[in-house]
Design a protein around this ligand. Structure first.
Ligand code: GLU
Length: 493
């Protein structure tokens, strides 16, 4: 591919939050860097002042950190090729533009917005290709002096050859050639002194010694123009690979930032912070995203991070767009949750419970783990499985207490016996609770399910919960007894 030392970059613009598409781009770059012992550079492309979103950068950095995609050079840490914000590199772009003007490969253009709008209208009306017509390309020095005297601030445009073709090489797609007449004399430097994307990206990739560019397919249309800029400077372009578009689950549209609903009514999440908030594990999202556009053998689904670093193969990245399957992500997340060690999962559950205002302690979370581990696909799903533990007063219809083939009377007797039986259980733990209640059911000549059914409703207010013996332990002896007594009182009317 290239024998240059591997240096890759993720170059987000702080115009929006970190989207899963961007995260996938960052991930592939990161994996490639780690695989080759190279550098993963983070560069902030903040030259579009009109679309600047103040908290976007914090969101981008937090999202990358949460996913574990640490950068070797970039914001907060600096590095040998900084600064890493384009807005701090303006001098470099000015020099670069000057260099091209001096070479005759670029020129100053004084055309104002009115002329450009008129030109566009004329081109539309006559069905010509839209684009700059080269008006300022051959100005005389007198004309230039006149414009300057009028105080018009020029832009700098690339002088694209009017004949011939431009070819760039995409690692995944091979050579792509366009007719130069397709390319317009694009703006390199804007009149406000900021570079355009095209100039900034080429100058920075060159000066930051970037060896490989991996970026979304939506940027492929800019590649021929970038190639012209590389050629104008006489620079070698980095190896390029355009990553396939991520589609929404229907496979019909791009996974956009605009909110849509999934078939099951849930909102389609697209920003990394939304997945974090929704209780997905970063390791599951990383594993999942690695497979949107790349596969190892077309079958294997679970890869640890070190395996991804070892096995990821840039040359095997697909060129066809892949759908984002929320169902698959849920399945993967559930599997990752099941694999977590008890302490680890307890810690994560605790954060979710506390965030939602439940006064849970670590001891509670540790006890909850075996009860919920197999039953949740995302962390917040723990809440309906344990929320009743914290309720002051459970809300339920007293009829729910009465099980099949029982009546209020027999239910009251059973709950009463259960209360005294459970009061005597010590220690109040799953195994001893089980032994006591099994014996009680037998003694009362009830099916175990009948007895447990009533106790479950009395103690949780629900008729479906995680396994009851452990659940009772989790609720705690005192609360269990009090709830059984209240249930008896409710039945007594
Ligand atoms: N700043 C561009 C973006 O926001 C970077 C595109 C590229 O990687 O060249 O995605």
């Amino acid at each position: 591919m290239t024998d240059r030392p591997v240096r890759v970059r993720f170059a987000p613009s702080p115009t929006g939050y970190l989207h899963v598409g961007g995260a996938r781009t960052a991930l592939y770059n990161w994996l490639f860097a780690r695989q080759h012992g190279g550098a993963f550079v983070l560069r902030v492309e903040d030259t579009d002042r009109t679309r600047y979103v103040p908290d976007a950068l914090t969101d981008l950095l937090d999202g990358l950190r949460w996913l574990g995609l640490s950068w070797d050079e970039g914001p907060e840490i600096g590095g040998p090729y900084g600064p890493y914000h384009q807005s701090d590199r303006l001098e470099l772009y000015h020099q670069a533009a000057q260099e091209l003007i001096a070479k005759g490969a670029a020129y100053r253009c004084y055309c104002g917005p009115e002329r450009l709008a008129q030109l566009r209208e004329e081109q539309r009306a006559s069905k010509q290709r839209e684009g700059y017509d080269g008006h300022c390309r051959h100005l005389t020095s007198q004309q230039i002096a006149d414009y300057e005297a009028q105080g018009i601030r020029p832009v700098v445009r690339l002088a694209v050859p009017e004949v011939g073709e431009t070819t760039f090489h995409d690692l995944l797609r091979g050579d792509i050639t366009v007719d130069n007449r397709q390319l317009t004399d694009l703006v390199l430097l804007k009149s406000d002194g900021f570079p355009t994307y095209s100039l900034g990206v080429v100058v920075d990739d060159h000066h930051m010694r970037i060896s490989h560019i991996m970026r979304g397919e939506e940027w492929i249309s800019t590649a021929p123009a970038l190639q012209r800029i590389y050629d104008a400077f006489g620079w070698e372009s980095p190896v390029q690979a355009h990553l396939p578009t991520i589609l929404d689950p229907s496979g019909e549209g791009k996974l956009s930032k605009r909110k849509k609903k999934l078939a099951d009514g849930r909102e389609m999440l697209t920003f990394v912070h939304e997945f974090r908030q929704a209780g997905y594990l970063p390791e599951a999202l990383v594993n999942f995203l690695a497979l949107v556009g790349w596969s190892y053998d077309g079958q294997t689904e679970f890869f640890r991070r070190d395996e991804l670093i070892e096995l990821f193969d840039l040359t095997r990245v697909s060129t066809s767009a892949g759908a984002f399957s929320y169902g698959k992500l849920d399945h993967m997340n559930a599997a990752y949750i099941r694999q977590l060690g008890t302490n680890d999962l307890a810690g994560r559950l605790l954060l979710v419970l506390r965030r939602e205002g439940y006064p849970a302690g670590l001891d509670f979370a540790l006890k909850a783990v075996p009860l919920v581990r197999e039953r949740i696909k995302t962390l917040p799903e723990v809440i309906p499985l344990v929320d009743y533990c914290f309720a002051e007063r459970l809300q339920y219809e007293p009829e729910l207490l009465v099980q099949k083939k029982m009546d209020a009377e027999s239910t009251m007797v059973a709950l009463h016996k259960a209360a005294s039986c459970l009061r005597a259980v010590s220690p109040f733990e799953e195994a001893s609770i089980e032994t006591a209640l099994r014996a009680l059911a037998e003694g009362l000549d009830l099916k175990l399910g009948q007895l447990l059914g009533s106790i479950r409703v009395a103690c949780t207010g629900k008729n479906v919960t995680p396994p009851l013996f452990g659940t009772l332990e989790l609720i705690g002896q005192q609360k269990v007894i009090a709830r059984l007594e209240r249930a008896i009182a409710l039945l007594a009317g």
